[in-house]
Write a protein that binds this ligand. Structure first.
Ligand code: NAD
Ligand code: MG
Length: 367
């Protein structure tokens, strides 16, 4: 199967390519030499984590060295732990100790955590150097590697410090997904389903048809799903680069409740994508009464999520607690909880929902 190329063209930014396919990591270095802003660089720093490094760092470094880059690497803790003030501090110090100059390139080799950390390191070191995203989870291929959001967490909450930093190139090698644990696979599938529902009928019906193949990680279907998600996300980001025009918020479908689920059940109890899937089920419930979400849509969505191994969660909390948690979320404005609801597949609407309505629907959701 040949590699697919999606061009991300965001107003005011240099357009970049996302190369998707089996084995594309082997030509990472050569691909970078073909990007004007990376062609003349000498120093490359690969940032990876303790799970991904042992699996794919040597492959990445071999390709970069073959293309003539001088390569160093840093390995950070796997998972959310990497997105901390402590770790970003270590990365900055290491970059300085390596005497990296302004024309160096940071390569993020890993999932969304490495991508967010490395992107932020690149956005800030010497006021900004180039970054290449090499996403290795399904979630990072379909979501976090494109769009330019980078950052780290504070004790007070996730992603509270960061910067917008578009990559110069994205290399999504579908072969590396072979080693992804099934929980992480399902997590990414949650975001794929979300994208399809917001994007429209074409994507949604295609994914519904291909759900079994997607769950079974069938190569051609996976590559196509990633490409569709990237095209979709690139289009949304192009309309609203810095999330200031209310368009990018559509990507938040399912996330209002998901953030509360993750917080109240303890981070890591359920994967983010699985929490998003449940958030989408709840949004459909709310949508049926508030914006006329068709019952058939709620049903088709539920079937899709089931087929992607994202069954309805069996978690418990009091509706009052859930509401309070949603009100304290950083996406809430002045304590007003806002939901992304679907009037239909592809037709979304942001709705401020009052407390009583939320509580009533949470009772139904938990029943
Ligand atoms: P992750 O980076 O923690 O990766 C999940 C786990 O899989 C980790 O343990 C990792 O080491 C391991 N792993 C990664 N690739 C592997 C592979 N090929 N084989 C085996 N193991 C592998 O998690 P994630 O889900 O990729 O990303 C989550 C992060 O992304 C969150 O911090 C979230 O805030 C962020 N995010 C950012 C954006 C954005 O726009 N920047 C969008 C969505 C999510
Ligand atoms: Mg998400």
């Amino acid at each position: 199967m040949p590699a697919t190329k999606v061009v991300v063209n965001i107003p005011g930014e240099v357009a970049y390519n996302v190369r998707i396919g089996a084995g594309v990591l082997a030509s990472l270095g050569q691909s970078m030499r073909n990007v004007p802003s990376l062609a003349g660089a000498e120093q490359v720093l690969v940032i990876t984590d303790t799970n991904v490094g042992p699996l794919y760092l040597s492959r990445a470094k071999a390709s970069l060295a073959e293309a003539g880059y001088h390569v160093s690497d840093i390995c950070v803790p796997a998972g959310e732990e990497a997105k901390s003030i402590a770790v970003i501090g270590e990365v900055w110090e290491a970059m300085a100790a390596l005497a990296l100059e302004r024309d160096c390139v940071v390569v993020a080799l890993g999932g969304g955590c490495v991508g967010d950390l490395a992107g932020f390191a690149a956005a800030t070191y010497m006021r900004g150097v180039q970054v290449v995203q090499v996403p290795t989870t399904l979630l990072s291929m379909v979501d976090s590697s494109v769009g330019g959001k980078t950052g780290v967490n504070l004790t007070a909450g996730k992603n509270l410090v960061g910067a917008f930093k578009q990559p110069a190139f994205v290399c999504a090698d579908t072969d590396v997904l072979a080693t992804l644990p099934s929980r992480e696979w399902a997590c990414g599938c949650g975001e794929v389903a979300k994208s399809a529902l917001i994007d429209g009928d074409e994507f949604f019906f295609w994914l519904s048809d291909q759900a079994q193949a997607m769950a079974a990680r069938q190569a051609d279907v996976v590559a196509e799903a990633i490409a569709r998600c990237v095209v979709f996300k690139a289009d949304v980001v192009a309309q609203d680069k810095t999330e200031s025009r209310g368009v990018r918020e559509c990507l938040n479908y399912g996330h209002t409740l998901a953030h509360a689920i993750e917080k109240l059940s303890g981070y890591g109890t359920y994967s983010h994508g699985h929490a998003v899937a449940d958030g989408m089920r709840f949004a459909a419930l709310l949508g049926e009464s508030l914006v006329g979400t068709p019952a058939e849509l709620a049903e088709a969505q539920a079937q899709l999520l089931d087929a992607l191994n994202l069954p309805a969660l069996d978690w418990k909390a009091t509706p009052e607690n859930v509401l309070e948690t949603m009100k304290r979320d950083k996406k809430a404005r002045h304590g007003q909880v806002r939901f992304m609801l679907l009037e239909d597949v592809g037709a979304w609407k942001l709705v401020d929902v009052d407390d009583a309505t939320i509580l009533r629907h949470l009772q139904t959701y938990f029943a």
